[in-house]
Ligand binder design. Structure first.
Ligand code: LMR
Length: 394
């Protein structure tokens, strides 16, 4: 049986994680996988999460099945958090996903049933898993222009030109906020134009919302997704609680579908449930229940928001510090974009050979496209990191 298979390519993010783990150097720096880290380099369990877990431990009576749609309280709270009441709930249907990726996978499966072999347009560049996920369900991935490597900003005219040429048969995958891997994001007026363009062309928006609250704030980061879903008749959103609740391995996410009307919403709901049943039957609930407990409790919710704000502010501070350290040393503004980007990542625009050298020589790990996870910058070693980066590009 297995002799017919070829070795599959593993995602570069997880390959790098393994290389980092195997590196014996104690002064190595991990700017690779997108997980939040605190001052000590730890990816902590949030206090609000610990308290919610304790509460669940003390009060839960059963672990019986939840049903195929999953934890409805979790989904409802997430819809409220992400969409803020912007669409009539009669048109909204949800199922839990195993993390944001699980949610995205359910939605892509349903879209591939709606448009077998249909085209899905993904930003160039994008999270490396978007493309294979689309291929796996039989959609045909294409790129739309997104990042201008010269300015390190969004190439908005090129992006719009492409989206404007799409049809009602096409799907556009948008990063709701905190673009991964570039860190370059759309301004509000640009979101307005994208939403208007999608309304005009009828191209279908699928929004990946994996970093809500990591950019400028919960409400601020939700601007784009709310604008899009309120401008078009039909859309989908994949929400992840991995980053903003620090629940990575618990796999908590919500697949949200918004139909033209209640009848369509019911149909898409049955399709999402059908995909879940035929793939994993039920989604995990522990992470979902933690988020539900937090979002439904005033005190825990406030504590979570404060913790999220602290994470966001730390990442912003690290951005500013690194950009400043490089500016002072080089007397140039070439890396100022790091402070202008938002979210967890910045694409530095370094050639792969430079990225490799930084890893081998200095123990600085970043993804080979030169994406850095800013949360991984050790605050007390910002100057040292600036030195490594500058020496590498000279
Ligand atoms: C990342 O982009 O590093 C994270 O989203 C982790 C992952 O699953 O790739």
């Amino acid at each position: 049986m297995f002799e017919t298979l070829k070795k599959a390519t593993l995602d570069k993010i997880f390959v790098l994680m393994a290389e980092y783990a195997a590196d014996p150097r104690t002064d190595k720096i991990d700017l690779g996988v997108g997980v939040y880290k605190d001052d000590t380099g730890l990816t902590p369990i949030m206090n609000s999460v610990r308290k919610a877990e304790q509460r669940i431990h003390d009060t839960a009576m059963t672990k019986t099945y939840m049903g195929v749609v999953g934890n409805k309280g979790f989904s409802a709270a997430v819809v409220d958090l992400a969409l803020g009441g912007i669409v009539d709930l009669k048109r909204v249907r949800t199922v839990n996903g195993a993390g944001g990726t699980g949610a995205l996978s359910i939605l892509m499966n349903v879209l591939s049933r709606a448009r077998p072999g249909g085209r899905i347009f993904i930003s160039d560049p994008s999270w490396p898993n978007h493309w294979p996920m689309a291929e796996l369900v039989g959609l045909k991935p294409h790129y739309y222009p997104y990042f201008d490597p010269r300015t390190r900003r969004v190439d908005f005219p090129a992006m719009m030109k492409m989206i404007d040429s799409l049809t009602t048969d096409d799907i556009v995958l948008l990063h709701g906020c905190c673009h991964n891997p570039t860190g370059a994001n759309l301004a509000r007026e640009q979101w307005d134009q994208v939403a208007e363009c999608l309304r005009r062309t009828g191209a279908f928006p699928l929004v990946d919302l994996a970093y809500l609250g990591f950019g400028d704030g919960l409400e601020e980061d939700a601007y784009g997704v709310r604008k899009v879903v309120s401008s078009v008749p039909e859309s989908m959103v994949a929400f992840s609680a991995s980053k903003n609740f620090g629940l990575y391995r618990e796999r908590a996410g919500v697949a949200i579908a918004i139909g033209k009307n209640e009848t369509d919403a019911e149909i898409v709901s049955s399709q999402m449930q059908n995909v879940i049943r035929a793939t994993i039957s039920q989604t995990p609930d522990h992470g979902a229940e933690i988020v539900r407990v937090i979002l439904e409790d005033r005190e825990l919710r406030a504590e979570w928001q404060a913790e999220l704000t602290a994470m966001r502010e730390r990442m912003k501070r690290l951005r500013v510090k690194l950009a400043e350290a490089i500016r002072q040393r080089s007397n140039s503004k070439d890396f100022d974009f790091i402070a202008e980007h938002s979210g967890m990542f910045s694409l530095l625009g370094l050639p792969p050979a430079v990225v490799e050298r930084l890893k081998v020589k200095d123990g600085v790990y970043m993804i080979n496209d030169s994406r850095i996870n800013v949360a991984g910058i050790p605050e007390d070693r910002v100057g040292e990191l600036a030195d490594y980066l500058l020496a590498a590009v000279r």
